[in-house]
Design a protein around this ligand. Structure first.
Ligand SMILES: [Zn+2]
Length: 224
């Protein structure tokens, strides 16, 4: 009896030709990381392109790719002391670490749908953030969790008062979720069905209650 074949992970197909398979891409990332340890920088163009190309597959890619990237460095992880990792350098000078291993995890259909759903409403989050910044003029917004003033734009995080998960699952109860999700602009997952996307965006615009909170307060709450 033929075994039920697992759907092939096609996300790395665009690397083929240059690499034999997904494992080869992963090994190359590991090699680049080890090499970078001499100087803590990633200098050659091929390695920079490689890292840029795997970022869309990170579960947190929406946030990782939200700002223009100028390069990569490496160093000890702040969240996992003792381990060595890549750090993205943004145009603003800000750095953010990421684990390349997380870019190679196979995502379930459900995960991909959730990613597409998040990407579809990202614009609403950004415009809420921009409006908050504008209205408050010189950052006089208070945090929805601790109530203290948010004094630095870098500190601001936009939070769903009713969680995203709840809204998304509520919406699916009456509308389901399409199986066809693809990667667009090497940036994120999108639903192929435009009408469905618009329906979800409208629903989110109507139902989501967004608020500004401190990044730290939000992280703390998630870990409680
Ligand atoms: Zn706070």
């Amino acid at each position: 009896m033929p075994a039920v074949s697992r759907k092939k992970d096609r996300r790395f197909d665009h690397f083929l030709g240059k690499f034999k398979n997904k494992t080869a891409v992963k090994h190359e990332c590991s090699r680049v990381l080890k090499n970078s340890a001499w100087t803590n920088t990633v200098t050659d163009a091929d390695s920079v392109s490689l890292l840029k190309a795997i970022l869309p597959f990170h579960y947190n890619s929406v946030e990782l790719l939200a700002e223009p990237i100028v390069g990569f460095v490496s160093g000890e992880s702040e969240t996992h002391p003792g381990s060595f990792c890549f750090k993205i350098v943004y145009r603003s000078g800000r750095q953010r670490e990421f684990s390349y291993n997380k870019c190679f995890k196979v995502m379930s259909v459900k995960d991909r749908q959730t990613r597409a759903a998040r990407a579809a409403i990202q614009e609403q989050i950004w415009s809420f953030k921009n409006n908050t910044l504008k209205q408050s003029g010189s950052m006089e917004t208070s945090c929805g969790i601790c109530g203290q003033t948010i004094t630095d734009a870098v500190q601001i995080h936009i939070d769903h008062t009713i969680t995203f998960k709840q809204l998304w699952s509520e919406f699916q109860k009456s509308n389901g979720a399409p199986d066809t999700v693809r990667v667009q602009n090497m940036k994120d997952y999108v639903f192929v069905d435009r009408e469905y996307t618009e329906l979800w965006q409208l629903y989110h615009r109507k139902e989501a209650v967004l608020r500004a909170v401190h990044k730290q307060c939000n992280l703390k709450r998630k870990h409680e």
